[in-house]
Design a protein around this ligand. Sequence first.
Ligand code: AMP
Length: 443
Amino acid sequence: MTNFSDLGLIAPLLRAVKAEGYTTPTPIQAQSIPQLLAGRDLLGIAQTGTGKTAAFTLPILQRLAANPKRPGARSARALVLTPTRELACQIHDSFAAYGRNLRLKRSLIFGGVAQGPQVSRMAGGSDIVIATPGRLLDLIEQGHVRLGGIEICVLDEADRMLDMGFVRDVRKIMSMMPEQRQTMLFSATMPSDIADLADSILKDFHRVEVTPAATTVERIGQKVLFVERQNKRRLLVDLLKGETVGRTIIFTRTKRGADRLVEQLAKGGVTADSIHGNKSQNARQRALAAFRNGRLSTLVATDIAARGIDVDGVTHVINFELPIEPEGYVHRIGRTARAGAEGVALSFCDAEEVDHLRAIEKTIRQAVPVEEAHAYHAEAVRELHRAANTNRPGGGKAKRRFGGGRQASAKRPAQGQAARKARRGARRNRGFGQAPSGQRKAS
Ligand code: AMP
């Protein structure tokens, strides 16, 4: 199937999709939309960047519009549960964009802001509610929201919701809905607790798995910059003041690190703002809005906050610190190269991070090219990384895959704790070289 009209979507939705500029459905859209229109449950293994939001938003809109009904007071017909406020806002925006030619009422429910406006909006009922679990449960317990009329329910980013400790809230919310409903569960990963959750809430479901990593990663010019930790900040300022860097997201590992970096950049003459979980909802939205409309070209973010960043035209992602989880790398760099554009991802790697780099290269199944044309290139760190590659068991294969990097370890054995750590990392990464899983579909 190559176009949206083949999927069975009605004209108002086709017009909206066209207005968004989409010409071809993404794989998850092509594989899910017909099944969802037919009313089936769905298990979607997919991350952001795959087009999963439209994959569930379009069929929900169509099914609600096909059977117009006034939602009861304080009730809703469709519920989307998602882990963060930013994601909730984005999903809400997607419903608004794709539903522009339909008359369906939407409501947003999330914590960290006054509940009054959310309560009043729900008083008359709503066709679609997009909510984070904690605040939704709060409002249900106070009697402001009822779930007895839910016809369709989506759990979005289920793995993240469980990571954030929402499992009990989610199960409680699920138990309040009618048995007779359509349910979809989307998750980037499939650990056993998600598989258990899926088994308990989905019936006769269609399963779709898409792996965006390869396709997303292919469009991104990735580079690693080996640098001593104490030089990272100066290197960053140099890059940001360079001509080629446009709209940039910089990742740090911690919230404090993000704030500190914003201050340090200011001293270096670069204006930036940060977005992370300790900031108020208003401050986060202000920073994001400034970034989106171009008043601010540099945003410093932590991984959790980054889940909600969907800004087109991000030219650069800079990993000031590498993520501990290799999947986080794919997620971070996916903030650039949105919607088919190209992007650049630069990763700083110091001596303590060579293990993380190895794990990332194993996950993306390619070596990240090294950029040494900068004032702070640290050959010693690069040597550590080489040592980690060549010392791993079955190093011949690694050598080939990594573009035949020089065998550094025999002549110049890497010394000290960091090298031992790097070697331990190399041993752990024995599984390197698996074939990509590609796209799978099962019914
Ligand atoms: P998502 O995975 O839902 O976060 O979507 C990722 C991005 O892809 C969003 O910016 C969407 O606007 C965009 N998108 C979704 N579907 C399509 C499509 N069929 N063609 C082009 N872009 C799309």
